[in-house]
Design a protein around this ligand. Structure first.
Ligand code: 5GP
Length: 112
């Protein structure tokens, strides 16, 4: 069981900002910006690269939910970044799909 599954099960504390039947969103423990929230599916899908066509509605739901949280966090006008790290070269460290919602400060491009 991954650490994120333990957060879903409330075995590990997290600052949860949103929950519905399909997903959970909570603040990153090591925030890289004033707003850094992880939006994760409740279904234990390891990474976006392992999604299947049947996951299309779920993936869309994660993104739309992230945009709604961005509005609630009042970073929708200033801008924000949605990031999904897939695999070692991308820096994926938890094998449970998560969308990073990062904002509240200017960011450079491309990422390092
Ligand atoms: P990744 O590098 O896999 O894309 O992102 C994993 C993220 O999960 C990191 O930003 C890291 O700070 C965050 N994280 C890891 N463990 C925990 C935890 O126990 N609680 C919370 N809230 N975030 C975590």
């Amino acid at each position: 069981m991954t650490i994120f599954q333990r957060i879903i099960a409330r075995e590990i504390p997290a600052t949860i900002v949103y929950e519905d039947d399909q997903c959970l969103a909570f603040r990153d423990i090591n925030p890289q910006a004033p707003v850094h929230i992880l939006v994760i599916p409740k279904k234990p899908l390891a990474r976006v690269g392992e999604s299947e066509p049947t996951d299309t509605p779920l993936l869309g739901h994660l993104l739309v939910t992230a945009t709604e949280i961005a509005r609630r966090e009042k970073i929708d006008r200033s801008g924000y970044r949605l990031v999904i790290n897939n695999g070692p070269d991308a820096g994926e460290s938890v094998p449970h799909l998560h969308v990073h919602l990062i904002g509240g400060r200017p960011m450079g491009w491309p990422p390092g």
